[in-house]
Design a binder for this molecule. Structure first.
Ligand code: PLP
Length: 393
């Protein structure tokens, strides 16, 4: 009944969904208080008060014309404010013409890939990755080329990247901070990667775009910072959203910012705006464009995420788990104490712990915990981890 490709994709993308369904069963059986669901990156935290107030104010605005179509790139006012914000945080020189408002980061990535890919073009993705990348690339006729992880650091390895680039390479996706590891790619790594890409662009006479997916860039800890791709890669675009920084994932609001140093960036921007429209998004939600324009400096309570990270990380490491302490996002990605991460997740379920196997992110032998859940659930889950660790000893 449905396309064979989509039927195949449904099977491939089933990990998080499977965990969710497993969770539903466990919740029915044991009650939701006794199930510790670390499977989904759907923040339980509420948006900042200032954002909620702005929503009330905007909803009460009775002026005409607030709910119409606008330029497919978004409201000038919002794009101008965003360009200023990006310039102040990323050291760039954008104008509103370099910013396209999108339906979340997901909508932004799809608009970009639709704009730049010819059939069979390749897009480099670093493992472990946000699994949707593979489907987005496929949506637009491209082929993902997956690079293995250096599991000791989870940093990309520029020396290895060069072996994967050929004349069909059109883009590299980086995700900073990373889902699922929480690692931030360092400036040094990115500078090395830029050199590799520059050499390869000259060798093949092609542009290789760096697509920097940054929905977690405000969720960072311990004085860490996300290096600005605009100062490192000439042919770069930033994809971002307010799904995590303002806890608004259901509102579908994000943007693409195009480096002003890209040659003929206007053609690229025209393509992006056209694809935003013709993919059926038409434009980003008008209402949310008005909200975020005036709350760009707001963020959710990062301190509460830091506290959750610390409690969970310290507990797991204390139990003997091998885990990199993440500097950003709201995920932990420890090694599984047994080789088979799927089996490990099944064993964890015996203690009502819902975790996602690393295999689902292209990195078996690990497991992802999303700690964007309540502190109460995290604290209540600690004895379950203890029992699990003991049972596996
Ligand atoms: N990129 C990464 C790495 C993500 O983790 C997510 C959502 O979880 C997205 C993109 C999609 O974000 P949005 O809700 O803004 O479309």
């Amino acid at each position: 009944m449905i396309s064979q490709k989509i039927e195949g994709n449904l099977k491939k993308s089933s990990w998080i969904r499977a965990m969710f369904e497993e969770g539903e069963k466990l919740r029915k059986k044991y009650g939701s208080k006794n199930v510790f669901d670390f499977s989904i990156g759907n923040p339980e935290i509420e948006p900042p008060r200032a954002v909620l107030d702005k929503i009330i104010e905007a909803a009460s605005d009775k002026a005409n014309g607030k709910h119409r179509y606008m330029s497919n790139a978004g409201y000038d006012y919002t794009r101008e404010k965003l360009a200023g914000y990006i310039n102040s945080t990323k050291g760039s020189n954008l104008t509103k013409s370099h910013v396209v408002m999108t339906c979340g980061a997901a909508g932004g990535l799809n608009a970009i890939l639709k704009t730049i890919l010819n059939p069979g073009d390749e897009v480099i993705v670093f493992s472990p990755y946000f699994v949707e990348y593979l489907f987005y690339i496929d949506n637009h006729g491209g082929n993902p080329v997956i690079l293995p992880a250096d599991t000791s650091t989870f940093q990309p390895e520029p020396d290895i990247v060069k072996n994967y680039i050929n004349k069909k390479t059109k883009a590299v996706i980086i995700n900073n901070p990373n889902n699922p590891t929480g690692v931030i790619y360092s400036e040094e790594t990115m500078q090395k990667l830029a050199k590799v890409l520059e050499i390869k662009e000259k060798e093949y006479g092609n542009t290789i775009f760096v697509l920097s997916d940054e929905p977690y860039d405000r969720i960072i800890y311990d004085g860490a910072f996300v290096p600005s791709v605009f100062n490192i890669f000439k042919n770069s675009m930033i994809v971002n959203s307010f799904s995590k920084s303002l806890a608004l994932p259901g509102e579908r609001i994000g943007y693409v910012a195009v480096n002003d140093k890209i040659d003929n960036s206007q053609l690229l921007l025209n393509g992006l705006v056209f694809c935003n429209r013709t993919l059926g998004f038409v434009n980003a939600p008008a209402f949310m464009q008005r909200i975020v324009a005036d709350t760009l400096h707001e963020a959710v309570d990062i301190e509460s995420y830091r506290e959750k990270r610390n409690i969970l990380y310290n507990h797991l490491v204390g139990l003997g788990f091998d885990c990199i302490k993440p500097k950003g996002a709201f995920y932990l990605f420890p090694k599984t104490p047994m080789e088979d991460d799927i089996l490990f997740c099944k064993r964890a379920q015996e203690y009502n712990l819902l975790l996602v196997p690393g295999k689902g992110f292209g990195c078996p032998g690990h497991v992802r915990l999303a700690y964007c859940i309540s502190m109460e659930t995290i604290k209540n889950s600690l004895p379950a981890f203890e029992k699990l660790a003991k049972a596996l000893r």
